[in-house]
Design a protein around this ligand. Structure first.
Ligand SMILES: *[C@@H]1O[C@H](CO)[C@@H](O)[C@H](O)[C@H]1NC(C)=O
Length: 392
């Protein structure tokens, strides 16, 4: 098994490879949905801030907005905060405003919440996967990364000869994209680490072992199956055993979201990518072109962002990094599955949430999607609300 990040590690034939992580950039200033507003030098900052605060929506089920965060009144007059589109428009129209600029938001989150390519922020309902769980079969998770806010937990180490700790970074990065406060899709969800990869590779039996632990934990916890997914940003050569394990999990009520793989080949040659009951995810770049490395074909179910994806990393509590791979795209879809499970009825079963993700996806916008590949780009359907569990 290999990790499905951009550089494919060649391993012995029987092994499964994880696409190894590639650290491309770090310490950029990345804050989803946040803006910096510059005011004129003679602006009355206090009254401006009072006015902005009066615009802020108070409904707990309204889009996630924290409004004003920092205010500067001395040599620089301005403020930072998180605003919805309507509020932004009103701020822009003010005479005392010189300009508004976004903090950089991971483009994968923007892509997920806009059908058109011109989105500027991640738009989502504040429930954001609350009460849902992802089991991340990977290199482990560095649970102390602050982006997890204590919502990442160690579950099971299928390789007891090595420490549970994520010494690679891949699992932490994937978990960050699924549940992270800054980088994640489902910002209120919980993650459980299942370690099945040693460094950046592992074997098929270990992956099956980790999957069986997750399925058992999910099905033995009352109510968990309807609110959980398994995420596998890994894969190897076709394996009947692994595909069967994924299929049996599906029939037990447990959905697996899996990476298509990074070989630029038909995904049907790989497992678990070739398993039809899994959601198999391929990657696009920022121009909505299929990433050259991404596997393709009829085994693919949906596309999401997978080139230069920023997320949490190892090494320090505030570490983050940009990686590329179908691993990263898979994490966006695992997060989307949790988000929809929290938000919409009908997504409790593996089949229900799979159908919903495909139904919502934007059609025919992925360039060079590859032979026989469904041309579907994941979309979270914001602001359509549907029934909002927990509202009112
Ligand atoms: C599931 O795993 C967690 C550890 O992450 C453990 O605390 C819990 O007891 C397990 N539940 C079952 C039903 O096995």
């Amino acid at each position: 098994m290999v990790l499905f990040t951009k550089l494919l590690i060649i391993v012995a034939a029987a092994a499964v490879v994880a696409f190894p992580p590639r650290r491309a950039a770090d310490h950029a200033d990345v804050v989803p949905g946040k803006y910096i507003v510059t005011l004129k030098g003679d602006a009355d900052v206090e009254s401006h801030i009072a006015w902005v605060k009066s615009l802020h929506p108070r409904n707990s089920c309204s889009p996630h907005t924290k409004a004003v965060e920092k205010v500067w009144t001395e040599s620089f007059k301005g403020y930072s905060g998180e605003f919805d589109e309507a509020t932004l428009k009103q701020i822009t129209s003010r005479e005392d405003v010189v300009g508004i600029e976004p903090h950089n938001c991971p483009w994968g989150l923007i892509s997920l919440s806009h059908r058109e390519p011109d989105g500027r922020r991640y738009d989502y309902w504040g429930s954001a996967g609350e009460g849902t769980w992802v089991y991340v079969l990977d290199t482990g998770i560095y649970t102390e990364n602050l982006d997890f806010e204590g919502r990442a937990h160690l579950g099971y180490n299928a390789i007891p000869s090595i420490p549970f700790e994520d010494t690679n970074g891949h699992g932490t990065h994937c978990a960050g994209t699924i549940i992270g406060k800054r980088f994640g899709v489902a910002k209120n969800a919980q993650a459980i680490a299942v370690k099945v990869l040693d460094g950046d590779s592992g074997d098929t039996a270990t992956v099956i072992d980790g999957l069986e632990w997750a399925v058992s934990n999910i099905t033995k916890t009352p109510g968990r199956a309807a609110n959980a997914v398994v995420s596998m940003s890994l894969g190897g050569p076709y394996s009947l055993a692994l595909n069967t394990a994924v299929k049996n999990a599906y029939h037990a009520g447990v959905l697996s979201v899996v990476a298509a793989g990074n070989s630029g080949l038909p995904a049907e040659l790989f497992s678990p990518a070739s398993e039809s009951t899994a959601i198999t995810v391929a990657a696009i770049d920022v121009s909505r072109r299929k990433a050259g490395f991404a596997n393709f074909g009829a085994s693919v179910d949906v596309f999401a962002a997978g080139v230069d994806v920023e997320s949490a990393y190892i090494g320090a509590p505030d570490a983050f990094a940009a990686l590329s791979g179908t691993s990263m795209a898979t994490s966006y879809i695992a997060g989307l599955a949790l988000y929809l499970k929290r938000l919409e009825y009908g997504t409790e079963s593996p089949g229900g949430v799979t159908a919903r993700i495909q139904e919502l996806a934007t059609r025919d916008v992925v360039q060079e999607s590859g032979p026989l590949t469904p041309n579907l780009l994941a979309y979270n359907n914001f602001p359509a609300q549907g029934p909002c569990p927990g509202c009112g």
